[in-house]
Design a protein around this ligand. Sequence first.
Ligand code: C2E
Ligand code: MG
Ligand code: MG
Ligand code: MG
Length: 286
Amino acid sequence: RAKADGRGTFCFFRDEMAQTVEARRILELDLRKALANEEFELFYQPLINLKSGKVSTCEALLRWNHPARGTVSPVDIIPVAEDMGLIVDLGRWILRKACMECMKWPEAVSVAVNFSPQQFHQRDVLSEVRYALEVSGLPAHRLEIEITESSLLHNTELTHDVLSQLRSLGVRISLDDFGTGYSSLSYLHNFPLQKVKIDRSFLEGIDSDRPLTLLRGVARLSADLGMSVVVEGIETNEQLELISADGAVTEAQGYLFSRPVPAVRIRQLLNASHGRRPDEQLHVVP
Ligand code: C2E
Ligand code: MG
Ligand code: MG
Ligand code: MG
């Protein structure tokens, strides 16, 4: 129990740590059961092609319907699953589920799946991907794998090989959250990447000159290197106009178009949005 003196404070601190350890243990146990109990669900958020105004891709985003806690965010799940080594099993489930869901969408729409570094660096990542495509029947060109800069930090030669092999399969690789990690611009030309997703932190202060110049610079550079360029986290029409102006940005994603929604909802949305312009579509209420 907490006491005012030094010893009491120390005890309190220890109790709190013990509680944290206990809470964490319970979370880990719950996570293990969740996969077997099918408590996980994938939400989907569209990426809009700015030229056609149509949905090009939908990103799969993990949700956990915990029996007692309610919906748990992936921000709280993924790091724990990584520490436990559960991410490989969980990632396999996510990949297969997302590929199967994409089969229910119009052919022009791809699915994007987030890979954590551990999942990306597993020895048989290639057969995992091949198998997911096989069992779902999804053509490789409709699968996009999102990795972050942290997946590109180590084993560069091996990493390069895996990326090349995935590309030979016909799968696209997208560099997620660009600008938040080490942000080495050399990643953009050293690795075979097809898409760059500029992190939404780049939108902060975008109505002033310097941030806008920075965002446009990164977008232009990526486009000149032959990559598709996405800006994440578009919430307002003003932001959309600013990023669309010089044509380097090819796609946009954000609450302005749609929040992440359940699978059933995205299916309806994809049918409804077919053929419409970005300014008249997809204002989905969460
Ligand atoms: P991410 O891959 O960068 O996904 C984008 C996140 O930004 C999503 O949060 C999405 O809901 C949110 N977002 C989209 N548009 C807007 C916007 O306009 N404004 C704001 N404020 N936020 C927006 P979410 O679903 O909570 O996912 C968070 C992160 O968790 C993801 O970031 C990704 O790193 C990770 N994650 C989610 N699902 C998976 C998964 O299946 N596997 C792995 N390895 N990681 C996942
Ligand atoms: Mg992502
Ligand atoms: Mg992202
Ligand atoms: Mg992000």
